[in-house]
Design a protein around this ligand. Structure first.
Ligand code: 1KN
Length: 449
């Protein structure tokens, strides 16, 4: 074990109520919105081939031209209540909103820079109405904050000279000031989702970032901060030099999902996912592989089955409206969640071997098991393997608890649950309860010898 001062300060899952609530969210919404939504991935008739929120880094748009987009920010169709209603319809339990992305444009009227909504034609705070609308909808708010800030003169990719060091000291204070400002202006925010922390300049600030994180936690007890904020004194990120997760949950699952429970190392985690292959900010071109509601529902099921949350990204247009394709997905996902969300909310890894038909989840604090079916077996028989001494009590379709499904014991602790569901066009859920007293459930038929 290496003696660390700025490594992880705790190990394992946080046991407190605030984190238990976070753990049970299941499904979240990410919002990427800012000046980059105005060009929407193209400029002067040319298409930027990267992620649209990175268009400033492209030589197809001069940096000064991009920076002057602040004078075009006037989202006349922005409606915070409508955004919250879409998230509510989808069944999202939390939202992560970009307060400031890498370009440094602040969606709140920060007093530490002029590069904010206050100096745009819109003038008004965007974050406040969003926080209020989502709070009113019962959806918890997490604030996304990019440490890397291309607009701030003190930002450096690395500290090479004394001048760099002096400039970056100013940048560090600016960053601390903005974070304290955000938590003070929006006290109901439940967490901070950090990004833009991979460059050497920040990675070298282990002590400063550690002290700042502790200061933020003291300012807002219970606040949830993930593993992407800070590095330890040896430059190790996400997992410190002893392999312990830094922060309250792992933030490494960006546009990718774990395959098996060993991949998540017993930690909380969230997966943040784009609908197109790799576009977070609004991109006019809705091109390449666009994930369907079915795929996004399966990713949600897979995330919860492995103990994580799934966060689906929305990239509102420059005028403030959410694009019709994303509204449609929210409706389709919401329709599925209306019937099946019991298998998603406040559920966890079921400690059962994964089977081909889909994913197991388990209701936290109970022995209720959910089988989220994406691949119906042709013979209508769903294999379930239980740990020794554990049996199955009655099994039923979640959407029709009155239907008692036949359970056949194949061999010790292995069963077939039978359910012919020819009409299924949507993923569906079968539920059962396990009980440790194996003798008590004789309601299944012994395999015909
Ligand atoms: C490959 O480097 C990056 C750097 C930043 C990102 C940002 N993280 C996502 C959550 C978006 O904000 C994206 O711009 C993605 C890839």
């Amino acid at each position: 074990k290496i003696n660390l001062v700025h490594g992880a300060h705790r190990d394992g899952k946080r046991p407190d109520e605030a984190m238990k609530k976070w753990r049970g969210y299941g499904l979240g919404q990410f919002i990427h919105w800012g000046l980059y939504a105005i060009p929407g991935g193209e400029w002067n008739g040319k298409t930027y081939n990267g992620a649209a929120e990175w268009i400033r880094s492209w030589d197809g748009i001069p940096k000064s031209t991009y920076d002057s987009l602040i004078y075009k920010f006037n989202p006349v169709n922005f409606d915070a209540k409508a955004w919250a209603a879409t998230a509510k319809q989808m069944g999202a339990k939390y939202v992560t909103i970009t307060t400031k992305h890498h370009d440094g444009f602040c969606l709140w009227p920060s007093k530490y820079t002029d590069y904010t909504v206050a100096n745009s034609p819109w003038k008004k705070d965007i974050i406040k109405p969003l926080v209020d609308a989502y709070d009113a909808a019962g959806i918890d708010v997490i604030l996304y904050f990019s440490v890397m800030d291309w607009n701030h003169p003190g930002w450096r990719y690395d500290i090479k000279t004394e001048a760099d060091s002096i400039a970056f000291e100013g940048f560090k204070q600016f960053t601390r000031n903005q974070l304290i400002e955000l938590l003070t202006l929006y006290p109901t925010a439940k967490g901070l989702w950090f990004d833009g922390t991979w460059d050497k300049s920040w990675v070298k600030q282990a002590a400063f970032a550690d002290e700042l994180e502790q200061e933020l936690r003291k300012l807002r007890p219970g606040i949830i901060i993930g593993s992407r904020f800070r590095a330890d004194e040896y430059g190790k990120r996400h997992f410190d030099s002893n392999g312990v997760l830094i922060g309250d949950y792992e933030q490494g699952w960006e546009r990718k999902l774990p395959e098996k429970i060993a991949d998540v190392h017993g930690n909380d985690w969230d997966c943040v996912m784009t609908v197109p292959e790799n576009q977070w900010g609004y991109n006019k071109a809705w091109k390449g592989h666009i994930k369907t509601a079915f795929e996004l529902i399966e990713m949600t099921a897979k995330s919860v089955s492995l103990g994580g949350n799934f966060v689906m990204n929305f990239g509102p247009q420059g005028d403030g409206a959410i694009r019709k394709e994303e509204l449609q997905l929210a409706k389709e996902i919401g329709d599925w969640m209306k019937v099946n969300s019991e298998a998603i909310y406040n559920c966890e890894y079921a400690v059962l071997d994964k089977q081909d038909w889909g994913y197991f989840t388990k209701k936290t604090g109970s022995n209720k098991i959910y089988m989220l079916v994406f691949n119906t077996p042709i013979n209508g028989k769903y294999r379930v393997k239980l740990p020794a001494k554990m049996g199955i009590s009655m099994a039923a379709p979640l959407s029709n608890p009155g239907v008692k499904l036949k359970i056949e014991e194949i061999k010790a602790n292995e069963y077939f649950i039978e359910f012919n569901n020819p009409s299924a066009k949507q993923p569906f859920v079968i539920t059962f309860e396990t009980d440790t007293d194996k003798k008590s459930n004789q309601n299944y038929e012994k395999a015909k010898t």
